[in-house]
Ligand binder design. Structure first.
Ligand SMILES: [Zn+2]
Length: 102
């Protein structure tokens, strides 16, 4: 099954925009969207979590299906609540950042 042509064009546009932004702003523009997350297998990492925008994930309400850089697998990912989460979990999440695109 192939992607519709329109989706392919959109994906390429978003990809080019992300590469341009990364090169132009040296990742600084996305740092404010960094968010510690946990995958469904229990791994912690940091990802760019922009509301209403994601080029590397499929959104399901407050969760996303995306690649986990720790376990190197695809999984459901949930954001950690930085106020109520364990400090050790947040530290582990800060140690690994996935791709710097939203
Ligand atoms: Zn994982």
């Amino acid at each position: 099954m192939s992607c519709p042509k329109r989706l392919q064009v959109h994906s390429r546009f978003v990809g080019c925009l992300c590469i341009y932004a990364r090169e132009t702003y040296n990742n600084a523009m996305f740092e404010s969207f960094d968010r510690p997350v946990q995958c469904s297998s229990g791994h912690f990492f940091t990802t760019i979590w922009v509301p209403m925008a994601s080029a590397k994930a499929i959104r399901f309400g407050s969760k996303r299906y995306q690649h986990c850089p720790v376990g190197k697998h695809w999984a459901m990912v949930s954001p950690l609540d930085e106020q109520s989460s364990n400090t050790e979990d947040l530290e582990r999440a800060r140690e690994v950042h996935d791709l710097r695109i939203p």
